[in-house]
Design a protein around this ligand. Structure first.
Ligand code: 8YV
Length: 330
């Protein structure tokens, strides 16, 4: 026993980034990346006061009831649908996420997926690696243009705005739908027009989803919404699995209801709907939109800062910089 509070990290993290924790905590870090079943999660949390967790770790009332020593949870992600924030607050447990540090990197990747799907980059590479490039047809591998088209953004928070900003160089028309409208000067800055969801679905050539996952957003894009999109449209999901009905999307892609999709997130990830795996007009990516070297380190560093601050240490002592439930530490 070190006498220091026990801290659990649910996945391997950059050793130099977590180093400052060792001075104040007895650190227990998982050596492997894996999804822990609830029982294993609860046993890992025995005697733990602080935890750094990720999307696969669901911290809800049941888990909290069995983890009475827990005081603070730092989530490695801006989205925190794996945390039941009400239950955490009721149990007096503080929680933080990692907003802002990943906006630009995720926006880069949204464009990578959009361009990749529009120009069929990964399907073409598979064809080449397969040894099929023995001659080239002038009218083969025709993709869709991104420049000059209409880009739709569903969810215009900080990441949506970073995506919109990149559209200026591509001379795309940007339309968006969001719970609340941007200020007129911000709309002008991105040359973005606010439209209702139906117009967004009908007019977008490329539609990027950047919504948080809430019960109301579950299957925000299902069969009915896909049917309203253009036959040439491409859907890009970098938000959360479950916002799209993956089975309905696979069917729409197979039937040609829309032309293509690019998905970084999936309803049952890491499992992917088998029908999607059969299709060539969908680009599949293993939830890595924020995975640049600098950004993943920045996310880990922010989680570390929050934990240190929650326990009265570091530059933000007593004021975790991205606390989600401020009432708890007041
Ligand atoms: C994940 C994300 O956090 O920030 C989010 O909400 O989905 C990602 O950045 C990342 O996959 C680490 O789990």
């Amino acid at each position: 026993m070190s006498g220091k509070p026990k801290l659990w990290i649910s996945r391997p993290l950059f050793p130099d980034v977590v180093e400052p924790l060792h001075e104040y905590f007895e650190v227990h870090a998982e050596a492997e990346e894996r999804v822990l079943p609830p029982d294993a999660l609860v046993s890992r949390l025995a005697g733990v006061e602080a935890a750094i967790v990720g999307l696969a770790d669901r911290i809800d009332a049941d888990v909290l009831a069995k983890a009475p020593s827990l005081r603070f949870v730092a989530n490695l992600g801006v989205g925190y649908n794996n945390l039941d924030l009400d239950a955490l607050s009721a149990a007096g447990v503080g929680a933080s996420n990692t907003p802002d540090v990943l906006n630009e990197t995720v926006a880069d990747y949204a464009w990578a997926l959009m361009l990749g799907a529009a120009r069929r980059v990964s399907a073409a590479e598979r064809w080449l690696r397969d040894g099929q490039w023995t001659s080239s047809r002038f009218d083969g591998w025709l993709g869709a243009d991104v420049h000059g088209r209409t880009l739709g953004i569903l969810g215009m928070g900080r990441i949506g705005q970073a995506i919109a900003r990149r559209a200026i160089g591509f001379r795309t028309r940007v339309i968006y739908h969001n719970r609340s409208r941007l200020a007129p000067e911000t709309e002008r800055e991105y040359a973005a027009s606010y439209v209702d969801k139906d117009t967004l679905l009908r007019e977008s050539d490329h539609l990027i989803l950047v919504l948080p996952f809430t019960p109301a957003n579950r299957h925000a894009i299902g069969a009915a919404e896909l049917a309203r999109m253009k036959p040439g449209a491409i859907l890009i999901n970098i938000a959360r699995g479950g916002i799209v009905d993956d089975a309905a999307l696979a069917e729409a892609l197979a039937r040609g209801t829309i032309a293509g999709a690019a998905l970084d997130v999936f309803e049952g990830e890491p499992a992917v709907h088998p029908a999607l795996l059969e299709l060539d007009n969908v680009l599949l990516s293993p939830h890595i939109a924020s995975a640049s070297r600098d950004t993943r380190r920045g996310m880990a560093a922010l989680a570390v800062d929050n934990v240190l601050a929650a326990f009265g240490h570091g530059p933000h002592a007593g004021r975790p910089p991205t606390l989600l439930n401020p009432g708890v530490l007041a």
